[in-house]
Each structure stands twice: as C-alpha cells, then as structure tokens.
Design a protein around this ligand. Structure first.
Ligand code: ATP
Length: 556
C-alpha cells in the first residue's frame, strides 16, 4: 500500500481495549477532567468538560425524548434532592441501604465482604449470615494481605447525611440525606401527577437527576462514582398487568441503546437470580454492557410490585404518612394500589458505554518498514522488561506480556492496539515504555486515526466548517456565514481554520463530529461546499443553501 492510499477496505480497526484509552481521550479532548485537580483531586470524582457536557446532555435529551415526548403515557418530573427524612425511613433505605463491610485485623483495610466472598468462593453469597459463617470458618481471606483474621461483616449505610437549618444541634433534628436514587421523588408525587394531569392507568413518571451514594469502592472512571446522575422511570399499572408491562419496558429500553448505535453484541440482558432480588422485587432484568473491564450493569428494569406506594401510605406500619397513595378504578368502582415497573438507568454509565462503543483506532496508512522494525524491537524489549519486573501482580504481568508480544508480532497492523498499551497506566511503570512512546506516538500520529462513531444525535458537535485557506478573506467570510446559518438552524456548529484540512478532519474525528464542511474556491463560483462524512470519509458536493435542512433531516 502506498503512503497516501487510504482505502476503507484495508483499514485495520480496533475498539477501545482498555478504560485507560478512553480516560486519556476524555482528558486530552475536554470530555471529562478529574475533579478539583488544582488541589490534587478528590478520589473518583469527575467534572464533565466542554465536550463531555454536550455528550451527556445529548444522552439525557435522547432519553427524555424517547420516554416522555414520544409516548402518550408518560409525564416528566424534577423533584428536590433534599427530602423529608421520613421518605427514607419508610422507603426502607435507612434500615437496609447498605453494603456489608469487614475489617482486616492484620492490614487494617476494610473490603466489601460480599465481593470478597464472591471472588473467593466463585458465587454470590446468599446473605450476611452466609458471609459471616465463611469468615468464622476462615474460608475467606483479606484480598490485600491474605490474612484470615477478619471481623464479622457489618452493614455500612451508603446515604450521605447533611443537616438543614443554620444550627446543627447534634441531635439529628435537622438530619436530611442527599438522595441515593431519584425514584422516591416519583413515588411520593404519584398522587400529585395523577390528579393534576388527570391520568388513567397505565401511566408513568420519568425523572433525570443527581443521586449520591457513599460507595465503598468507587472506580472504573465514571462507571461507579459517589455523585452521579440517574434517568429513572416509574411506570404504574394495574396488578395483573405488571408482567406484560415489564416485558414491554425491557424491549423498549434495549431498543433505545440499539437505535442510538450501540453494537448489539456489546449489550445483553441478564435475569437477576432469586437471591439477588431486592426484597420487594418480583423480577429484575439488568441490561449489561461489555465495558473494557467486562460485562457490567448499565440499567436495571425491576418489577417493584406495590411495595413503594404502600410504604408511603398511612397504615399501622406508617403512622407518619398524611394519606394513601392509591388509584380509583372507574371500571371496577374500587380503589387499588398500582404495581410499579422501574427502568432505572445511569446517565454517566450510559455516556461511558456510548463512548466505549463508539471508539475506534484505525490504521489508515502503511508506515515505512524501518520505523516498524525499530518499534517492534522496542515493544519486544518492553515485554522482556515486564517479564523480569519484580513486585508486579502476576495477572497484570501476564496481560502486559501477552499484549506486547501480540502487538510486536502483528505490527504494523497492531498499531491501534499499541495506542491502548501506550496509555495503559500499569505499562507506564516500565521504564522502556518511555522509548516505545517516543517512537510509537509519532508513527501512530501519522498513520492511524482515532474516531468516535457516535450517533449524530449524541455527538457533542454536529458540524465543523473550515475554509480551505484561512488567508483568503472570501473563503473565511463564506465559511463563517455558513457556520452562522447552521447555528441558527439549531445545529451545534463550530468554525475552525487553525490547521491544514487533513489535520482538522482528524481533530473532529477524534471527538466524533459527524460532518465536516469545507469551503473552497469552487464554492465562491457555484455556492456549493464539500461535506465529508466521518464514518465513510467520503466527500460530497452540496449546495450550501440546502445544507441546514439536509443535515437537520439526518438528525431527526
Ligand atoms: P450496581 O450494582 O452497579 O451498584 P445498582 O444495582 O446498585 O448498581 P441501581 O440502584 O439499580 O444500581 O441504580 C440504577 C442505575 O444507576 C444503575 O444501573 C447505574 O446505571 C446507575 N448507578 C448506580 N450506582 C451508581 C454509581 N455509584 N455510579 C454511577 N452510576 C450508578
């Protein structure tokens, strides 16, 4: 292949193989930054940057459009984060929203006991009693130091506490929680929505908002954090119609991800087993995504029965509630308590999944043989250094050696994989990686391209407009005018003239902009421009005046 031959057929592509690759892109291109970084950060908290906020807003907008605007049986809500403490008492969160923790008496760490049990026994525990029996029988050990001297596991509540009012009297009088889920706001507003919107069953309420959990082991970038955003639905149905409604929502929610371009092979449904179910749930199906760290929950879709509405209704068990949350059925002429189907998704997890799914590194040009030979030698030397390295966990060692050997054998086709290895935080601890980077980054920069194949509706920017030459005022004026027209048409558009066209394309590919428009000399004569498609890299000439309508139609 010649140096400038770019053919779609011969592109060798590579999805994101490690979370480090995604983290690195996110930092480099302004999607997500570590929070409070000027003070050294705050563990597992992240700020969405200029492109990240656009992407996440687009994910939330797409969700809202699909579950509220495009349906006739749904209403939206935006409930307060701070709620009366009694909400959390009667929802059961004060008593049960906790993770079992054990203390290692030897090394003083505090691991999650259910995770230790699952990792060491190869299955989930059936409850606290089974975990504690295993601790007592010394069947499980500290994952850090291996000691079997573990304390009995105790529940650790995940809700953040704060207090309302100017004085903290120290007696819990002003105690409130930062909500650990948005769901309760919808349950306690069931009657308000029902009455004001004159709804009949079945109908649902949707809400997007922040939730807070004092997670013991946050991590995997934005996958598990202590402050996150949820996109939740509570769908109310007549008892007996719950199972069909559950099936309907499972299909709806799965299709939502697929329609927004998520690859079907990376999405699966997992039926929760009996012992995993929350005590009130009749059934729960998790939608899982194949993240770089493995299959993990993206969204849970549960049948919560009538538990929540009953819990917040006045009864001998709840003397604090002011009334009953129930529904008068005109047909049967009697009151009933609806069942609830709850599709509960994370906006941050969905955003991360779309990013991972869209990511691709592609080899677009063959690098010179001598550069490849030099790089191969360095990667082989890296593999040998890892092999000799003392104090590195055996599984990490094995992974790095196997990856490096496979890359060395397959170069230059494996250049995209090398990009992942160059961004791997564990690989960075090996001295020779600096040399690999010195040579590899230059070759990668010239011969590969990174693309985010985001659905146009999700992409942070929709269009980028360039003048072919920035020192020609006629081209600049026309390009700027076109950008304004597209902006007015509601398309998120930017103007850029800070590099050669090829470089500008690469920049936009890396952040997932679906269309790049170039204004060239022909444009001045016939008012046409080239539209370059991110995925096919094909260019088409189109009348500038038709562009806004044509692109808006492709977003609809
Ligand atoms: P997990 O098992 O991963 O802790 P969960 O079953 O506790 O999740 P739910 O209470 O069902 O989660 O919350 C619904 C959704 O909210 C999850 O599917 C996930 O997308 C999101 N979510 C929950 N906890 C977090 C978190 N700590 N960070 C980011 N997103 C979260």
């Amino acid at each position: 292949m010649t140096a400038d031959a770019i053919s779609l057929d011969c592109r060798l592509t590579m999805p994101a193989s490690s979370l480090d690759t995604i983290v690195s892109l996110c930092k480099r291109r302004g999607f997500v930054f570590p929070s409070s970084s000027v003070y050294g950060g705050l563990g597992s908290t992240w700020d969405y940057g200029p492109l990240g906020v656009e992407l996440k807003n687009n994910v939330k907008r797409a969700w809202w459009r699909s579950v509220v605007h495009e349906r006739d049986d749904m209403e939206g809500l935006d409930a307060a984060i701070l709620m009366n403490r009694l909400v959390w008492k009667y929802s059961g969160h004060e008593a049960t929203f906790s993770d079992p923790m054990t203390d290692c008496r030897a090394c003083k760490t505090r691991p999650r006991a259910d995770h230790v049990f699952a990792a060491q026994k190869g299955r989930d525990p059936k409850g606290l009693a089974e975990i504690n029996a295993a601790i007592e029988a010394k069947e499980i050990s500290c994952p850090k130091c291996g000691s079997k001297d573990l304390t009995p596991a105790r529940p650790f509540n995940l809700m953040f506490k704060t207090s309302v009012g100017p004085v903290d009297s120290g007696d819990d009088a002003g105690l409130v929680y930062l909500r650990p889920e948005t769901a309760q706001g919808m349950f306690v507003n069931f009657g308000n929505v029902l009455d004001t919107m004159r709804r009949k069953l079945p109908f649902g309420i949707a809400q997007i908002g922040k939730a807070f959990r004092n997670e013991i082991t946050p991590g995997n970038f934005t996958f598990r954090t202590r402050e996150f955003e949820q996109m939740e639905i509570e769908y109310f149905v007549r008892p007996g119609e719950d199972e069909a409604a559950h099936e309907m929502w499972i299909a709806e929610r799965k299709n939502w991800y697929l329609k927004l371009g998520m690859r079907a092979e990376n999405l699966r449904m997992r039926e929760q087993e009996k012992h995993e179910l929350a005590h009130y749930a009749k059934r729960c199906v998790d939608l899982e995504y194949l993240f770089p760290m493995g299959w993990s929950e993206l969204e849970g879709i549960a049948n919560r029965t009538d538990y929540d509405l009953r819990s917040h209704s006045r009864s001998p068990e709840n003397p604090d509630a002011v009334g009953e949350l129930k529904y008068f059925d005109q047909e049967q002429k009697k009151h009933l308590v609806p069942y609830v189907i709850e599709p509960s998704a994370g906006a941050d997890r969905a955003t991360l999944a779309f990013l991972c799914d869209a990511y691709e590194d592609a080899l677009v040009k063959e690098p010179p043989a001598e550069e490849v030979a030099k790089l191969r030698e360095l990667v082989e030397s890296f593999a040998r250094s890892v092999g000799r390295r003392e104090g590195m966990a055996a599984d990490v060692k094995q992974r790095l050696v196997a990856t490096a050997e496979a890359i060395a054998t397959g170069l230059p086709a494996t250049l995209p994989r090398l990009i992942g290895l160059m961004e791997d935080s564990e690989a960075a601890t090996i001295e020779v990686m600096k040399k690999v980077r010195g040579v590899g980054e230059k070759i990668a920069e010239e011969h590969t391209r990174t693309v985010l194949h985001l659905h146009p509706r999700l992409a942070p920017l929709t269009v980028a407009v360039f003048p072919l030459k920035r020192n020609d005022p006629r081209l600049v004026e026309m390009a700027r005018g076109l950008k304004r027209d597209l902006q007015r048409a509601g398309l998120r558009t930017v103007y850029d003239d800070t590099g050669a066209i090829g470089k500008l394309y690469r920049r936009q590919d890396e952040i997932g902009t679906p269309w790049c428009i170039t204004v060239d000399f022909q444009s001045l004569d016939d008012q046409t421009v080239t539209v370059r498609d991110r995925d096919s890299m094909q260019q088409e000439r189109t009348k500038a005046a038709d562009l806004a309508q044509a692109l808006a139609a492709r977003l609809a």
